[in-house]
Each structure stands twice: as structure tokens, then as C-alpha cells.
Design a protein around this ligand. Structure first.
Ligand code: AMP
Ligand code: ZN
Length: 451
């Protein structure tokens, strides 16, 4: 069988993937915090791990893989959003989750085997905290429970940092209640108007890191194959997951392979809600087909940073439209192992795309076998999931919207000129020009054309 190599943050090298049990490959990926509609940065992570899942399926068969992606539905950010917007928490989380599911479908991501929610596992989280307290790996202070990192000798192993560097170099929550600044919260008290659960330490809620330790163990076991997430989760989230689980289980390992995707940037900075430089997946889907977005997000290697831009999307759109010229409705078994080997090399999508272009060129000259291989290779990365006429129809719809918008703008400009508002008239002309449309006034009429 072909073997997969994958970059492992734990060993800091590209490792040969050796599953614990090839009949049950286990993968856990940190899922969304459902307080705001997911943005295309989140989509990058979703698609990177969807690709890994597809490669594993091809190697081992879908029935032999358990892929768990959690839903964080209790969190400070959710409570804050509820308070500022005056919307009940359940309503926020259920709405965002609905949109998240719609988005993942539009991006053609396969459903994970299970998608556990944090709020469905509070009992197990309380049990785990109790166990850590009993083993003197956690302490209670004023309704709070903290993990005692001094009791875990491997702390910092994943992020490859000394404790002092971690304290000075990261956003570590300062609190007088802690023994060590790096001790992290397992349980915290809830205010009267906040969601809370009864516990031996009073009414409260769990810390974020705990849910992933509890749910990965419940669904995958104490040690599993792959743990994934964006690079921002490596520290402290993943380091803390390892600390809690390994300390509690007296084990050295939580997952054998830790895989992290790089950031999607916008204006040279990580796309994130807190910076405000986001485009939601739904906003992007209003302008582009899900396959175009998927292709754009796969265009760089998953570990590398990627800039989100109109140019990137337009290029992906043009590529997809070109590739669709060779789209065939029928699926076939014929495969091209040379192209698949690019994915086996740490999901090297840029190389895969280069080979796809070559395959396209040969296939477009009439090579039937190559054409089948090309179709299969597109399907393997999650494109070509819609029939050709769906794509063509969407293109026509989009150009009708364009025309409606252009005519409306021209109308507005005529009115502005009639009322002597030439500034506004000029602004409308500029706006149209920016969108690639030139207008000409001729014989009391305004004509337009694409640049
Ligand atoms: P969150 O909902 O913020 O917990 O994030 C869900 C997933 O998206 C996590 O794996 C994050 O690491 C990932 N993520 C968030 N922002 C970005 C970004 N700009 N680029 C790539 N991945 C991201
Ligand atoms: Zn997690």
C-alpha cells in the first residue's frame, strides 16, 4: 500500500504515518466555536483536514476511519456575544451551527464520523476534573479549579518551548488565584446570568481545553492517531490538552501525529474576528461557487500562509471553468497513482495542481484514459461534485445580477446629472469603472461595456 508522509508538530519533522490500528484510524480535529458565522480562515482549516480525511479514506477505506470534529458551544466569546446582542445563547449557537453546516456542505466537506458538542459532555468533564484533583494534578481556589502544570514534566514539548519563554511570550491569563502563571482553568464559576452547571465546586462552566481532552478520549480512546487544528491552537490549547490527558492517564502520548494548518491572511494579517479582517464563508459563497473557494484554499500547501484576495479567487474561478470543459458525468475506477503520490507527500497540493494542469493538457487533446484520470483526480480533492449545467447556470445568474446592477447604477447616474449632482454622477462612473465597466454618453443615451 502507498504510504502517507505528514508533517508532525510533535516531532517537528515529516513522518511516515503508521496507524495504531489500520482497521480503525482515529483523527480528532478542533472544530468551530459557534458564536459568529465562520470565516474563510476557518474554512481553510476545514478543507485542509477534509483533504487529509479523503486521502485516508483512499488509503484505508471510509469504514476504517473515525473522524471526530467537535463543536465548542460553551465559551466566554459566546456569552459575551449573547450579552452584547441581547440574543439568548441557544439561539446564537443553533443559528451559527446551522450556517456552519450549510457552509461545510457548500464547500463539499465530507461529514465527520461524529460531531460532539461540549455542552453534551459536562458530566464527563466534571468526572475528569475530579480525577485530576484526586491525583493532586489540579487544585481548587475560590470556586475555580486549575491544572497544576508543575506536576507535568513534559509541559512545553509540543510547542518546543521552555516554561519561562512560554510565560513571557504568550497571552497567559494573569490571576492571583493561580500558583503558576501557566496553570490553566479547568472549571470557573458562572455569574447568575451566565450559563452554568452544578458541580462539586459550585455552579460554573468548564474551561475550553478540557472539552477536547474529554471528547477525544470518549470517541477515540486514550491514545489516538492524528490530532489537527489551526496553528493558533498549538499553544496553549493543544499543549494543555496534552497536559491534562497525559497527566490524568499517566501516559506520554495523547496523539501520535499533531497536524497544524497555516493561516489564511487578509491584508497581511491572520484573518480573525478580533482583528475584524474577515470575510464569512457565506459572504464568499454569495460571490463564488463553493468549488472556487475550495480550489483557492487548496492552492497553497496547507502549512504555508495564504493571502486571501480577489485575484486568487478570480484565478481559481478561471481554472475551474477551464477544467469543467473536460467534466464527465460518469465516475470510473481508473486512477493515476503518479498524481496521488503528490498528496501522499504531506498533502502537497501545489504539486498536485501542477500535475492536474499537465493532465488537463493531454486529456484536452483527446486522450480518453487521461480524461478519466483527470476527472477522478478532480473528484479526489473534492471538486467536480456538481454537474456542468449547475455551474453554467450559476454563471448566467451571476451575469444577470451584474446587468441588473449596472443598469440600476446608470439610472442613478442619469438622475444625479439631471439634478445637477455631478459629484455623485462621477462617483457612480468611478464605481462602475472599478468593477470593470466603462460607460459612454452618446446622443442623450448612456451605453456601457466591459473593459
Ligand atoms: P475557532 O472557531 O476560532 O475556534 O476556529 C476553528 C478553526 O479554524 C481552528 O482550527 C482555527 O485554528 C482555525 N482558524 C481560525 N482562523 C484561521 C485562519 N485565519 N487561517 C487558518 N485557520 C484558522
Ligand atoms: Zn480542541
Amino acid at each position: 500500500m502507498n504510504s502517507l508522509k505528514i508533517s508532525n508538530s510533535l516531532t517537528r519533522s515529516k513522518d511516515l504515518f503508521k496507524p495504531i490500528n489500520p482497521k480503525n484510524i482515529t483523527m480528532y480535529v478542533c472544530g468551530p466555536t459557534v458564536y459568529a458565522d465562520p470565516h474563510v480562515g476557518n474554512a481553510r482549516s476545514l478543507i485542509a483536514f477534509d483533504l487529509l480525511y479523503r486521502v485516508l479514506i483512499k488509503l484505508y477505506g471510509q469504514k476504517n476511519i473515525t473522524y471526530v470534529r467537535n463543536i465548542t458551544d460553551v465559551d466566554d466569546k459566546i456569552i459575551e456575544t449573547s450579552k452584547t446582542k441581547g440574543i439568548p445563547i441557544d439561539k446564537i449557537t443553533s443559528n451559527v451551527l446551522k450556517n456552519f453546516h450549510r457552509n461545510t456542505k457548500d464547500l463539499n466537506c465530507l461529514e465527520p464520523t461524529s460531531e460532539p458538542k461540549a455542552t453534551d459532555h459536562i458530566k464527563e468533564m466534571i468526572e475528569m476534573i475530579n480525577s485530576l484533583i484526586k491525583k493532586k494534578l489540579a487544585y481548587i481556589n475560590n470556586g475555580h479549579v486549575y491544572f497544576l502544570i508543575s506536576e507535568f514534566k513534559n509541559y512545553g514539548k509540543l510547542s518546543n518551548k521552555q516554561l519561562d519563554d512560554l510565560i513571557s511570550g504568550s497571552r497567559v491569563e494573569i490571576s492571583k488565584l493561580k500558583k503558576n502563571p501557566l496553570d490553566f482553568i479547568l472549571w470557573k464559576p458562572a455569574l447568575a446570568d451566565e450559563p452554568g452547571w452544578d458541580s462539586p465546586w459550585g455552579r460554573g462552566r468548564p474551561g475550553w481545553h478540557l472539552e477536547c481532552s474529554v471528547m477525544s478520549e470518549k470517541y477515540l480512546g486514550k491514545i489516538f492517531d492524528i490530532h489537527g487544528g489551526g496553528l493558533d491552537l498549538l499553544f496553549p490549547h493543544h499543549e494543555n490538552e496534552i497536559a491534562q490527558s497525559c497527566a490524568n492517564n499517566s501516559s506520554d502520548i495523547l496523539a501520535n501525529y499533531w497536524v497544524h494548518n497555516g493561516f489564511l491572511n487578509m491584508n497581511k494579517e491572520k484573518m480573525s474576528k478580533s482583528l475584524g479582517n474577515i470575510e464569512t464563508i457565506s459572504e464568499a459563497l454569495d460571490k463564488y461557487n463553493g468549488q472556487v473557494i475550495r480550489l483557492a484554499l487548496l492552492s497553497a500547501h496547507y502549512k504555508q500562509p495564504l493571502d486571501w484576495s480577489d485575484n486568487l479567487l478570480e484565478q481559481s474561478k478561471a481554472t475551474l471553468e477551464k477544467w469543467y470543459e473536460l467534466y464527465d458525468d460518469v465516475e470510473s475506477e481508473i486512477d493515476n497513482s503518479e498524481i496521488f503520490s503528490c498528496l501522499l507527500d504531506d498533502l502537497n497540493t501545489p504539486k498536485y495542481f501542477a500535475k492536474l494542469h499537465e493532465l488537463y493538457n493531454v486529456a484536452s487533446k483527446g486522450d480518453k484514459i487521461r480524461r478519466i484520470e483527470f476527472n477522478n483526480a478532480c473528484r479526489l480533492i473534492g471538486i467536480f461534485n456538481q454537474k456542468k449545467d449547475v455551474l453554467v447556470r450559476q454563471k448566467q445568474d451571476a451575469s444577470n445580477v451584474d446587468k441588473k446592477y449596472i443598469l440600476q447604477k446608470i439610472e442613478e447616474r442619469i438622475k444625479a446629472r439631471k439634478t445637477g449632482n455631478f459629484k455623485l454622477a462621477d462617483r457612480i462612473r468611478e464605481e462602475l469603472s472599478k468593477n470593470g465597466i466603462v460607460i459612454k454618453d452618446k446622443d442623450n443615451k448612456t451605453e456601457w461595456e466591459y473593459k
